[in-house]
Design a protein around this ligand. Structure first.
Ligand code: A4P
Ligand code: MG
Length: 188
């Protein structure tokens, strides 16, 4: 595995699994709508913070959110976003996240179906990646209130790579304000 000194300010359409020597900001979105959601998200946060090459530096509140897409009759989600300083190579990071999803009972049946734990890599520095297994920034992050609301708590002025608008501006244009509410009663 190689290493590079500069942040990745370029587009890749192939597997780039390179550690950085200079840490990059990384945002991971967490979601759960099956099982003991609060315990799962707390456990996932601890597990992510233990990954070598990641340093947890910020945590949004939890949000109660109405399910978007997928089969009807799904339960409400708890969603949140965590911020890290990261040097871990992106595909290795994806593998670590998928292992944590499995550790918390994730089963993949249908797309956007109910799940104990979903970990989505929202953005990793300025890296733009379009591969079968990993896209960065996450291709739907900019249109999802359940991602943007917690992300705006952490970095309202961030522009996701490739997006002309800042997170808080994107959020202000989205409908469905009543479908995403900050869970002020839940600490994690
Ligand atoms: N993948 C590609 N890019 C990424 C990335 N940046 N981060 C690939 C994580 N994974 C990425 O994901 C499918 C494949 O995406 C993975 O194998 C990975 O290689 P998955 O987690 O297996 O399945 P999924 O989550 O059902 O699919 P997808 O398309 O990632 O769904 P989304 O867009 O993440 O949406 N409503 C509410 N209220 N809250 C939610 O959290 N989540 C979803 C899932 C739908 N509705 C929701 C919520
Ligand atoms: Mg996912």
């Amino acid at each position: 595995m190689g290493s590079i000194d500069s942040p990745w300010g370029v587009w890749f359409n192939h597997r780039v699994d390179t550690e950085t020597t200079q840490s990059q900001p990384l945002w991971i979105a967490l979601g759960s709508n099956l099982g003991d959601r609060l315990a799962i998200l707390r456990g996932a946060k601890k597990a992510l913070a233990k990954i070598a090459g990641l340093r947890l530096v910020g945590s949004s509140s939890l949000y109660r959110t109405a399910p978007v897409g997928g089969p009807t009759g799904q339960g409400e989600y708890l969603n949140a976003v965590l911020q890290f300083e990261a040097t871990l190579a992106p595909f290795t990071l994806l593998e670590r996240c998928q292992q944590i999803e499995l550790d918390f009972g994730r089963e993949r049946q249908e797309r956007w179906g109910a799940r104990t734990l979903d970990l989505d890599l929202i953005a990793y520095g300025t890296l733009c990646l379009t591969t079968t297994d990993l896209q960065l920034p996450h291709p739907r992050a900019h249109e999802r209130r359940f991602v943007l609301a917690p992300l705006a708590e952490l970095v309202p002025t961030l522009s996701l790579p490739g997006q002309p608008y800042r997170v808080a501006e994107l959020l202000a244009t989205l409908p469905g304000e009543d479908e995403v509410t900050r869970a002020t009663d839940l600490l994690w």
